[in-house]
Design a protein around this ligand. Structure first.
Ligand SMILES: *Cc1c(COP(=O)(O)O)cnc(C)c1O
Length: 434
């Protein structure tokens, strides 16, 4: 759990540095990550996701948040990486992340992206459809580049949190429906007939912000039963299974996430049981946590600007908004907040915290209970470490915030604040030669 929100002093500290000091040195809005918490999450996954019956691999879903500093921490902790675009793959390469630990996902990879993965020697391409399979085989053959492939299966199990982040339903844009055996066999055939592609196993990812671990039990049961069937009917050998990510985190008091240890040991135990039941042996089991590694370690610091009363609300405007956190507008996401220099005061005022964008939906928190706020106060929103910066945008030409890592009283900028001129660096007036 985030240390920041348990602060007991009047002035909030993160990683041994007071929030006002951070704001003064780095400006606002500012993403602040507690490096110890990041490290702890990474090492907990590594420690607890273990079995003596098969190998295990923890693959971080880089879409939740990436930067070179984070990728280096992941590497040092021995985690692997999942990327879903050429851009994420390029970033990993630039950070020196080992290619033999990278998995390339995505439902519509371009030729350019597939070629980049082949050229860089990315370990595994996760095939999302039959068409993609054909393309990957063709490109691998024509380039003479080898790659391992997995197939993303839609296990037909939905882990419900919010309809926009459900991916396991029948009509999902992701993966091949598990009972569409014809398609799966065609894909396996294509892969087998190529000298350059090797099939290793199946992948499933059933949703996000999942608290009910029975959802994973169901996926494990279904996939292991399914590979037994493929094994029996078609003599197909499967080396590994990847059960995806989606482990829930605590955004507000209402969220009661499972401990990493509990999630890991439950998945491991369930796999061991099911494998035993079907007398199967697998080489490796994988999971792909994204959010649960970075969400709670990250917080956003804003400065309060103008305030306004309407008949039913009292608005508190901050110097960011949907440009640095679009999850509220997109998913009705909820967050907790505090005034970082008034931690000892009663929270007796009800505010609507809104951003500065020209969009009525640019609200960060409804009904935020806070002490009396004034212009210039620093507002901290907790648990913004996942899908905050990674979804940040330049709507209204608002510059992206800086990102700082803090630890033991030391702070380091890992992503600089975007300047106005940064925003103009792609402007051009070049004739197009047709
Ligand atoms: C998004 C995603 C994840 C990670 O989901 P979290 O909710 O961030 O844990 C893992 N695997 C795949 C394929 C994904 O698309």
């Amino acid at each position: 759990m985030s240390e920041a929100r348990n602060g007991k002093d009047r002035i909030l500290e993160i990683g041994g540095i007071s929030v006002p000091d951070l704001a003064k040195a780095c400006g606002t809005p500012l993403f602040v990550y507690d490096e110890k918490e990041l490290d702890q999450q990474m090492s907990d996954y590594k420690t607890y996701f273990r079995s003596d019956q098969f190998e295990t691999e923890v693959i971080y879903a880089s879409k939740a948040f990436t930067c070179k500093a984070l990728l280096q921490m992941l590497d040092q902790n021995g985690l692997s990486l999942d990327v879903v675009s050429g851009g994420e793959l390029y970033m990993a390469k630039q950070a020196g992340f080992p290619m033999e630990r990278i998995y390339f996902h995505g439902n519509n990879k371009t030729d350019e992206e597939i070629k980049l993965a082949l050229d860089l020697g990315c370990k595994t391409i996760v095939l999302d459809s039959l068409m993609e399979c054909e393309r990957v085989v063709t490109l691998a053959d024509s380039k003479g580049c080898s790659t391992e492939v997995m197939i993303r299966i839609n296990p037909g199990i939905t882990a419900h949190t919010h309809k926009y982040i459900i991916t396991g339903n029948l009509d999902s844009k992701f993966g091949v429906m598990f009972h569409d055996e014809e398609t799966i066999l065609k894909m396996l055939d294509l892969v087998k007939n190529s000298k350059f592609t090797t099939f290793t196993g199946f992948h499933a990812h059933i949703g996000s912000q999942i608290f009910d671990l029975r959802a994973y039990d169901a996926v494990i049961e279904r996939l292991i039963k399914y590979i037994k069937k493929l094994n029996r009917d078609h003599k197909i050998e499967i080396e590994c299974l990847d059960f995806g990510g989606g482990f829930g985190v605590r955004y507000t008091e209402e969220d009661q996430p499972n401990e990493v240890q509990e999630v890991c040991s439950r998945i491991i135990k369930k796999c061991e049981e099911e494998l035993l039941k079907y007398d199967l042996h697998l080489k490796k089991i994988m999971i792909e946590p994204g959010r649960s590694i970075v969400a709670e370690a990250g917080n956003t610091i804003y400065q309060v600007g103008f305030m306004k009363k309407t008949p039913n609300k009292e608005y508190l405007f901050v110097d960011g908004g949907m440009t640095d956190n679009i999850r509220v507008a997109l998913y009705d996401a909820r967050y907790d907040c505090d005034l970082a220099e008034k931690m000892d005061r009663e929270k007796e005022y009800r505010y609507t915290v809104a951003g500065k964008c020209c969009e009525s939906g640019d609200i960060l928190i409804e009904d935020a209970m806070l002490p009396k706020a004034e212009t210039g106060d620093l507002l901290i929103v907790y648990g913004t470490g996942a899908y905050g910066y990674s979804m940040a945008n330049n709507y209204n030409r608002i510059s992206r915030p800086a990102v700082v890592f803090v630890k033991d009283g030391k702070a380091r900028i890992v992503i600089k604040r975007e300047s106005y001129s940064d925003q103009l660096r792609l402007e051009a007036n070049e004739e197009v030669i047709i």
